[in-house]
Design a protein. Structure first.
Length: 126
Protein backbone atom coordinates (compact mmCIF):
# COMPACT_ATOMS: atom_id res chain seq x y z
CA UNK A 1 0.00 0.00 0.00
CA UNK A 2 1.35 3.40 -0.89
CA UNK A 3 1.30 6.15 1.72
CA UNK A 4 -2.23 7.59 1.95
CA UNK A 5 -2.99 11.30 2.03
CA UNK A 6 -5.89 13.37 3.31
CA UNK A 7 -8.48 14.70 0.92
CA UNK A 8 -8.51 18.39 -0.03
CA UNK A 9 -10.38 20.66 2.39
CA UNK A 10 -13.09 21.56 -0.16
CA UNK A 11 -14.00 17.84 -0.45
CA UNK A 12 -14.08 17.47 3.34
CA UNK A 13 -16.27 20.58 3.64
CA UNK A 14 -18.59 19.41 0.84
CA UNK A 15 -19.35 16.13 2.59
CA UNK A 16 -19.74 17.94 5.92
CA UNK A 17 -22.39 20.17 4.33
CA UNK A 18 -24.10 17.16 2.73
CA UNK A 19 -24.24 15.45 6.14
CA UNK A 20 -25.63 18.52 7.89
CA UNK A 21 -28.22 19.20 5.17
CA UNK A 22 -29.35 15.59 5.35
CA UNK A 23 -29.70 15.85 9.11
CA UNK A 24 -31.72 19.05 8.70
CA UNK A 25 -33.96 17.38 6.10
CA UNK A 26 -34.79 14.43 8.33
CA UNK A 27 -35.48 16.62 11.35
CA UNK A 28 -37.55 19.03 9.24
CA UNK A 29 -39.91 16.16 8.40
CA UNK A 30 -41.62 16.70 11.75
CA UNK A 31 -42.66 20.18 10.66
CA UNK A 32 -43.14 19.40 6.97
CA UNK A 33 -45.63 16.63 7.67
CA UNK A 34 -47.93 19.13 9.43
CA UNK A 35 -47.39 22.30 7.42
CA UNK A 36 -46.61 21.08 3.89
CA UNK A 37 -47.52 17.37 3.59
CA UNK A 38 -46.94 17.38 -0.19
CA UNK A 39 -43.23 18.07 0.45
CA UNK A 40 -42.79 15.15 2.85
CA UNK A 41 -41.49 12.65 0.28
CA UNK A 42 -39.15 15.09 -1.54
CA UNK A 43 -37.63 16.20 1.77
CA UNK A 44 -37.34 12.58 2.93
CA UNK A 45 -35.59 11.57 -0.32
CA UNK A 46 -33.26 14.57 -0.11
CA UNK A 47 -32.26 13.49 3.40
CA UNK A 48 -31.96 9.85 2.38
CA UNK A 49 -29.78 10.47 -0.70
CA UNK A 50 -27.65 12.92 1.26
CA UNK A 51 -27.08 10.34 3.98
CA UNK A 52 -26.24 7.70 1.37
CA UNK A 53 -23.50 9.98 0.00
CA UNK A 54 -22.32 11.11 3.42
CA UNK A 55 -22.09 7.65 5.00
CA UNK A 56 -20.48 6.14 1.89
CA UNK A 57 -17.83 8.88 2.19
CA UNK A 58 -17.38 8.19 5.93
CA UNK A 59 -17.08 4.46 5.21
CA UNK A 60 -14.30 5.08 2.66
CA UNK A 61 -12.42 7.37 5.07
CA UNK A 62 -12.66 4.87 7.94
CA UNK A 63 -11.62 2.01 5.67
CA UNK A 64 -8.58 3.98 4.42
CA UNK A 65 -7.50 4.70 8.01
CA UNK A 66 -7.84 1.05 9.05
CA UNK A 67 -6.02 -0.19 5.98
CA UNK A 68 -3.16 2.21 6.65
CA UNK A 69 -2.82 1.01 10.25
CA UNK A 70 -2.97 -2.64 9.21
CA UNK A 71 -0.81 -2.42 6.07
CA UNK A 72 1.99 -0.61 7.85
CA UNK A 73 1.57 -2.71 11.04
CA UNK A 74 1.63 0.47 13.10
CA UNK A 75 0.05 -1.01 16.22
CA UNK A 76 2.54 -3.88 16.32
CA UNK A 77 5.47 -1.52 15.72
CA UNK A 78 4.37 0.84 18.47
CA UNK A 79 3.70 -1.98 20.93
CA UNK A 80 7.08 -3.49 20.17
CA UNK A 81 8.77 -0.10 20.55
CA UNK A 82 10.14 -0.53 17.04
CA UNK A 83 11.69 2.37 15.19
CA UNK A 84 9.34 3.85 12.63
CA UNK A 85 10.60 4.32 9.10
CA UNK A 86 10.08 7.59 7.25
CA UNK A 87 7.16 5.97 5.44
CA UNK A 88 5.64 4.82 8.74
CA UNK A 89 5.90 8.37 10.07
CA UNK A 90 4.16 9.68 6.94
CA UNK A 91 1.30 7.26 7.58
CA UNK A 92 1.04 8.38 11.21
CA UNK A 93 0.98 11.99 10.03
CA UNK A 94 -1.78 11.05 7.55
CA UNK A 95 -3.83 9.39 10.31
CA UNK A 96 -3.45 12.28 12.72
CA UNK A 97 -4.07 14.90 10.01
CA UNK A 98 -7.15 13.00 8.88
CA UNK A 99 -8.53 13.04 12.42
CA UNK A 100 -7.73 16.72 12.94
CA UNK A 101 -9.18 17.82 9.56
CA UNK A 102 -12.32 15.73 9.99
CA UNK A 103 -15.47 17.61 10.88
CA UNK A 104 -17.00 14.40 12.21
CA UNK A 105 -17.30 15.66 15.79
CA UNK A 106 -18.93 18.92 14.65
CA UNK A 107 -21.33 16.93 12.49
CA UNK A 108 -22.32 14.80 15.49
CA UNK A 109 -22.84 17.90 17.63
CA UNK A 110 -25.05 19.53 15.00
CA UNK A 111 -27.11 16.36 14.55
CA UNK A 112 -27.52 16.10 18.34
CA UNK A 113 -28.66 19.73 18.66
CA UNK A 114 -30.99 19.48 15.66
CA UNK A 115 -32.54 16.35 17.14
CA UNK A 116 -33.25 18.12 20.43
CA UNK A 117 -34.68 21.10 18.52
CA UNK A 118 -36.89 18.83 16.38
CA UNK A 119 -38.30 17.04 19.42
CA UNK A 120 -38.91 20.35 21.21
CA UNK A 121 -40.65 21.84 18.17
CA UNK A 122 -42.81 18.75 17.78
CA UNK A 123 -43.85 18.88 21.43
CA UNK A 124 -44.50 22.62 21.37
CA UNK A 125 -46.24 22.91 17.99
CA UNK A 126 -48.42 19.85 17.90
Amino acid sequence: MKTPHTLPLPVINLFFVIGVLSAVAFRALIIVQHLMPALFRPVWYAGLFGYILFFAYRYVITRRRRQAVESFQLIEKLRGNACLSDEDREVVVYLLSSLVKSKENLNYLIIFLLSILAVAMDLLMF
